[in-house]
Design a protein around this ligand. Structure first.
Ligand SMILES: [Zn+2]
Ligand SMILES: [Zn+2]
Ligand SMILES: [Zn+2]
Length: 219
């Protein structure tokens, strides 16, 4: 495989979200179905080096895109500009009931990858992973297969945010009227699904111990 792009892989994430629906949900109703997952990353050392990808007409294996334009603009690149990948890794999702697991993303690190860069990568993955199935489906697919932009999947509400700040889990009056089960955006149906009257199916990344509440709406 040619080292090319890092990030969440669109079709793998969609497949995982579809399959994970069968696992134990955290919240389920006609409006929203949320399955909790654990996200893990692991990487192994690789031999650093560049490879020519003849299809894309690029040299891959480096942090920056090296194509004809780059070569023309950087006739004498220094070591600070050329950063080879030294580790290849994967982003893996597993449902909390251990029923479903799948690799959904790739990660490549250089020797100088900072803690800040790793944090930004994880944050970007979590935001994309928590996008609902309908919004993932309507996001245009990129050529590389990587989910490049953040899909437009929003479920936040100002009044509910005020509730959260006051330590209240329950949604505001308006959201409760719509049937939303919680004030937390990741447990609510997104605006797109709500407007189109479809069940919002999504996964939520579980971050360590949380106050355990009974599954809302589960028979
Ligand atoms: Zn959505
Ligand atoms: Zn609300
Ligand atoms: Zn949705």
């Amino acid at each position: 495989m040619v080292v090319s792009a890092k990030g969440v892989i669109h079709h793998l994430l969609m497949n995982f979200t579809k399959t994970a629906q069968e696992s134990t949900p955290l919240v389920t109703s006609d409006l929203v179905h949320v399955v909790p997952v654990c996200m893990s990353r692991d990487a192994m050392a690789i031999k650093p080096g560049g490879l020519i990808d003849y299809n894309k007409k690029e040299i891959v294996g480096l942090e920056q895109k090296i194509d004809v334009t780059y070569v023309k603009e950087h006739p004498n690149p220094g070591p600070d500009e050329l950063k080879f990948f030294t580790e290849a890794g994967a982003v893996i999702l597993t449902t909390l009931d251990n029923e479903t697991t799948l690799l959904v993303g790739s990660d490549y690190l250089t020797k100088s990858t900072s803690g800040d860069a790793v944090f930004r990568f994880i944050k970007d993955c979590v935001v994309k992973i928590q996008c609902c199935l309908a919004c993932l489906d309507r996001t245009p697919k990129s050529e590389s297969g990587i989910l490049e932009s953040i899909p437009d999947c929003k479920s936040s509400c100002l009044e509910c945010s005020k509730n959260i700040l006051d330590g209240i889990w329950n949604p505001c009056m308006e959201c409760a009227g719509n049937g939303q089960p919680s004030a937390y955006p990741s447990l609510k149906a997104c605006h797109h699904c709500l407007e189109n009257g479809i069940q919002c199916v999504k996964i939520v990344c579980w971050c360590g111990p949380v106050i355990v509440r009974p599954i809302i709406g589960r028979p």
